[in-house]
Design a protein around this ligand. Structure first.
Ligand code: GLY
Length: 400
C-alpha cells in the first residue's frame, strides 16, 4: 500500500493524506506512529523537532528518515555553532557578537551599524529579526529580547540581493535545487516588520548562470565537509540564505529544513518524484540518484496572511474561495488552516499560499494574483509585488 500519514497537518493536506494528532516534537511518538503504519520513510519538516533530535530517534529505530540529526541541526539551532562551522570552513558571513547582558547592549550596538541587524539567538521563525537604520529601534528590539531572557545576536549588515539556495545534502554529497528569493517584510516595497516570508519566486533571472555552482563550491560543500569532520554529518535539506554582494555570496543564515515560502515555488517546477530524492538522501544514496529534473518557466508563491500578522494574527475566521482550482489556475496550498464544523477557517498567521506558474515570471505572477484575488478572508492581506523587482529588471548584483 502507498499512503502518506501526516502529523499534525492542516485542512489542505487532509485532502491528500491521513492526519494523526501526534506531537511531531516527540521522538517517541513519531517512532510509534512510524512503526504502527509501517513507514518506509519519515520526513521531518520543521526545525524544532530536528533540533530536538527526532531524526535521531527515528534512525535509531531502524527507519529511513529525511532530516538531520540534532548534532547537524545545530547549524540552524545555534547561531554560535553555525558561525564556528563557517569560520572553520572558510565561508564568508556577517561579523557577529552575542549579547546576553542588558548592560552590554549599548556598547555592542556602537560597534555595529548603520544598518543594525538584531536577531533572537534561537529559533524564532524569522520574526525575531529586526534590520533597521534606526539605532533606537535596534536597541528597543535587543532590550525586549533580553527582557524575555533571549540572548541577542548583533550582525554586520550584508549588502546585495538575497538568494535562498536549498540543497539536498547527504554527508559530502550536495545536490542544489533551483535558487529562489523570499520577501521577508510584511508590506509592498519591503516595508514594515519582518515575517516568516510573504512570497517567493524561482528561478532568479538576474542571477548569473554559474552562481549556483559557485555557491555550492564556496559555501555549501565546505560547510557539509566541515560537519562531516565534526562527526555531525548532515543528511537532509540544507538551506543557505545568502546575500549576493560585490565580493561574492555571503551567508545570512543556514537552516536545517525546507524554507517557507520558497519551497512552494521551487517544488512547483520539480518534475522528478520528490519522494525518490528524499528517500535517496535518507538512505545515503543521493550520489547515485538521477539529478532533479525541472520544468521550464517560473513559479511564484504569494502568501495570504491573517489580519494583524505578524504581530498577533486574528485566527478562526471563515475562508471562502480557496477550494476547487481550474487547470489553468494557480494552486492554493494551505499553511495555517483548520476545519471547524465543516468550514475552512484560519488557524495561523500565514494562512494560504497561492502558487502561480508560467512561461516566465510575469506570467507566473499574473496567474497567482488572479487566483488570490478570489479568496475571501476578513482582514487578510498579501503583498502585491512578489517577484516584481525581477520582472522590472530592478535587481542586479551591484544593487541591494
Ligand atoms: N523563508 C524563510 C524561512 O523559511 O526561514
Amino acid at each position: 500500500m502507498t499512503a502518506v500519514v501526516v502529523a499534525p497537518g492542516n485542512a489542505g493536506i487532509a485532502q491528500h493524506a491521513e492526519l494523526r494528532p501526534v506531537d511531531p516534537s516527540s521522538g517517541e511518538a513519531v517512532v510509534a506512529l512510524a512503526r504502527e503504519v509501517g513507514a518506509d520513510l519519515v520526513v521531518i519538516g520543521p526545525e524544532v523537532p530536528l533540533v530536538l533530535g527526532v531524526a535521531d530517534a527515528v534512525r535509531a529505530a531502524g527507519i529511513a528518515c529525511f532530516g538531520p540529526s540534532a548534532a547537524a541541526a545545530r547549524i540552524e539551532g545555534s547561531k554560535a555553532f553555525a558561525k564556528d562551522v563557517m569560520a572553520a570552513a572558510g565561508v564568508r558571513t556577517a561579523h557577529s557578537e552575542i549579547v546576553d547582558n542588558p548592560a552590554d547592549l549599548d556598547a555592542a550596538l556602537d560597534r555595529f551599524g548603520p544598518t543594525w541587524v538584531v536577531k533572537d539567538d534561537g529559533l524564532a521563525a524569522g520574526k525575531g529579526v529586526v534590520v533597521t537604520p534606526d539605532r533606537s529601534a535596534a536597541r528597543d528590539h535587543g532590550a525586549e529580547l533580553l527582557e524575555q531572557g533571549h540572548p541577542v545576536l548583533l550582525e554586520s549588515f550584508l549588502d546585495g540581493p538575497e538568494v535562498s539556495l536549498f540543497c539536498l545534502v547527504d554527508g559530502e554529497t550536495v545536490v542544489p535545487l533551483l535558487p529562489a528569493q523570499d520577501h521577508k517584510r510584511v508590506g509592498d516595497g519591503d516595508s514594515g516588520p519582518n515575517t516568516g516570508g510573504m512570497g517567493a519566486y524561482t528561478p532568479l533571472p538576474w542571477l548569473p548562470a554559474d552562481a549556483v555552482e559557485e555557491i555550492v563550491r564556496d559555501v555549501v560543500a565546505p560547510v557539509a565537509a566541515e560537519l562531516v569532520r565534526r562527526d555531525a554529518a548532515f543528511s537532509g535539506l540544507l538551506y543557505a540564505g545568502l546575500a549576493m554582494g560585490a565580493a561574492g555570496p555571503a551567508v545570512v543564515e543556514f537552516n536545517c529544513r525546507f524554507g517557507d515560502p520558497e519551497t512552494q515555488a521551487v517544488l512547483a517546477l520539480l518534475e522528478s518524484p520528490l519522494g525518490e530524492l528524499l528517500h535517496a538522501t535518507a538512505t545515503g544514496r543521493l550520489a547515485e540518484a538521477p539529478a532533479p529534473r525541472w520544468a521550464e518557466g517560473a513559479a511564484v508563491t504569494v502568501v495570504l496572511a491573517a489580519e494583524n500578522y505578524p504581530a498577533r494574527p486574528r485566527l478562526g475566521d471563515v475562508i471562502g474561495g480557496a477550494g476547487e482550482t481550474g487547470p489553468d489556475e494557480a494552486t492554493v496550498l494551505h499553511a495555517g488552516t483548520a476545519l471547524r464544523d465543516g468550514a475552512l477557517v484560519s488557524a495561523g498567521g500565514r494562512v494560504l499560499n497561492v502558487v502561480g506558474t508560467g512561461a516566465d515570471l510575469a506570467a507566473a505572477r499574473e496567474q497567482a494574483y488572479a487566483r488570490i484575488g478570489s479568496i475571501k478572508l476578513p482582514g487578510s492581506h498579501y503583498r502585491t509585488d512578489i517577484g516584481l523587482g525581477a520582472v522590472e529588471n530592478r535587481i542586479s548584483l551591484s544593487s541591494s
